[in-house]
Design a binder for this molecule. Structure first.
Ligand code: SF4
Length: 326
């Protein structure tokens, strides 16, 4: 079997919480807490969960935009976490990010040409004229006309700005892109156009995506494999087909129940989890979902559930599947 493009092992990202006088570290916010997964070449790995579950921090930690606290991120055999700054700059060519908000992620003082060219200039790719030609090629790939090259972001719609952001991410011909809620700031009518563009790019250029979203319907549409994240941990991972057909973790089931279903005859049993996501500064003991779980047992507040294989490529961290059900 071919080696995966990306292998993540026990990744953690903790943020120190300061307080008191004199100010000192009084706690750790565990945004990402021991996450492991793999992404195959040219495939899309979806990552879902409620706001604040650590999805975006995980995406940034993979690219070292947030420096990981511990763990490994191995891209094509090289541990990214072990690289010095100079080595990391070279590897950044292969790993790019598309941000959620196309309004704030583009500099208002830079034209489209300057925005896309910046990466080519920074990495000294080609000469001046070849870079101009490359900018035009990238614009064409994302479906924008060359006439817009010298316009500023405020002259564009949200969908057009996101296309500029995608062209910028493509400039260095990456083989891995973190797409962090790339369509959630866009109108529904524009969302499918941008999703189709990402699918086309994957097919034509073999790019692998980590696709982060709180919207399960969007993730289902675009992903090969989907992981569900809760309080900094992955609680279930499966192929998109298996996860949506047979969600096993009570949290995944609650998320699924919250997806609007247009056909009333197919309406699912409502299982929306009560309460808010607990603080990652002081997460619950045992299974972090136990205060909200309708199936919680005594063992759930005492023992962290191990990852249990429940099907081919389908893994769930829940005591219901470990022979502990009471
Ligand atoms: Fe619910 Fe227990 Fe499973 Fe956690 S381990 S999801 S509390 S049944």
């Amino acid at each position: 079997m071919a080696e995966p493009l990306l292998r993540v092992r026990e990744l953690r990202k903790y943020f120190p919480v300061r307080g008191g006088f004199p100010r000192r570290i009084i706690a750790q916010l565990k945004a990402v807490d021991g996450v492991s997964f793999e992404i195959e070449h040219g495939r899309t790995f979806g990552l879902v969960g409620e706001s604040g579950c650590g999805k975006s921090t995980l995406g940034r930690a993979l690219l070292r935009l947030h420096e990981p606290t511990s763990g490994q991120v191995v891209l094509d055999g090289t541990d990214i976490t072990a690289l010095d700054r100079k080595q990391l700059k070279a590897w950044r060519r292969r790993m790019q990010i598309i941000f959620q908000d196309p309004f704030s992620s583009l500099s208002p003082r830079r034209t489209v040409r300057q925005t896309i060219r910046e990466a080519l200039d920074t990495h000294a790719i080609g000469d001046r004229s070849s870079r101009d030609a490359e900018v035009e090629r990238l614009l064409e790939i994302v479906g924008l006309r060359p006439q817009v090259l010298d316009r500023y972001p405020h002259e564009f719609s949200g969908g057009q700005r996101q296309r500029v952001g995608i062209a910028r991410a493509l400039a260095l011909r990456p083989d891995f892109i973190v797409a962090d809620e790339p369509v959630s700031a866009l109108d529904v009518s524009v969302q499918s156009q941008v999703l189709n563009l990402l699918s086309d790019l994957q097919r034509e250029h073999g790019i692998a995506f980590l696709f982060i979203s709180h919207d399960l319907a969007v993730v289902q549409h675009i992903s090969d494999v989907v992981a569900v994240m809760y309080l900094g941990k992955i609680v279930e991972v499966a192929s998109a087909t298996d996860l949506y057909r047979d969600p096993r973790h009570p949290y995944t089931q609650a998320l699924m129940a919250a997806i609007p279903v247009p056909d009333p005859e197919r309406e699912r049993e409502k299982l929306v989890a009560p309460g808010d996501v607990p603080s990652p500064i002081d997460p619950p003991s045992g299974c972090p979902f136990h205060p909200r779980c309708p199936h919680a047992m005594t063992v759930c507040s005492e023992v962290v559930p191990p990852a249990i294989k429940v099907g081919e490529g389908h893994v769930v961290s829940c005591h219901l599947y470990g022979g502990n059900d009471e």
